[in-house]
Write a protein that binds this ligand. Sequence first.
Ligand SMILES: *Cc1c(COP(=O)(O)O)cnc(C)c1O
Length: 338
Amino acid sequence: MTIELRSDTFTKPCEHMLAAMHKAQVGDDVFGEDPTVNQLESMSATLFGTKAALFCPSGTMSNQIAIKCHTQPGEEIICDQLSHVYIYEGGGIAFNSNCQVKPIEGNRGRIHAAQVEAAINPDDIHKPISSLVAVENTSNRGGGSCYQFEELQAIKAVCLQNDLKFHLDGARVWNAIIANGENPKQYGELFDSISICLSKGLGAPIGSVLLGDVDYIKKARRLRKVFGGGMRQAGYLAAAGIYALENNISRLEIDHQHAKMVGNALLKKSFVGKIAPIETNIIIAEIINNHTAATFVDHLKKYQILCIPISASQVRMVFHLDVSASMVETIITVIAEM
Ligand SMILES: *Cc1c(COP(=O)(O)O)cnc(C)c1O
């Protein structure tokens, strides 16, 4: 059986999730009449303590709607240079919002409040208006790195002083919450908008949720229609999201343990250089000494273990609910015997 470590987006719905989808009550969600979508939205808002929520087909769409809602054309968005919104959304910030980015060189995808403050443009007609700060927690390209919550609070203080909105790309925020013993309501209180993926480690086949206050989500709902994301009997998909929120959050801890176990196995090998600190479910390891990322990936592939090179010398492995304890043993054995 294939061991899929390329991404936590490869998860497939389990039998119980499929049963929940099959049983879902549905209606036309563009008319606001899908009870299961409404339930997912109110459940998500309650978990994070926000006033409202919007079910979106993808995390990219929910980030892009969020940014469009917060900005006017010609404005500037401050974010880390490795941010998904900046490097992995097809230029959506320019395409959809007609805004530009001031990329910041952070630490494994995380920026400091002082860097944000320094990046804000003065009131000068030469300069774009700085209007939004977007952070990512955990950081995907940062190898699943987490923010200290105090740092997010410090960035929020800078936003308040300078009249900037604050968006969280929380595709994997549940991994951060579980790893650090946080409460989702802390996030709901701090951010003007939060995008959360149901289709990563939580295991739903599709879907993200955008959180915010009532007026903001009303505007977002209009934009979702404009973006072509108004869905009809989407309750079948929302049911998978509800199942994920009810059953797959606390188990993320297991994925984090699995990542650490495989990380320890890698560290024993002479062909492995630096490994970024393993904080959640992602490993980014440097491959050295006559091996390259490509030769490492090819070797594992012979044992049906799939992972991806993210540069000539770095590989990435992502752990999720379809990687079992016995699969982790297999991975460790294959690495030990290399
Ligand atoms: C996966 C991901 C998204 C959204 O991706 P979709 O594939 O569009 O659902 C957004 N941000 C981060 C950090 C991600 O990892």
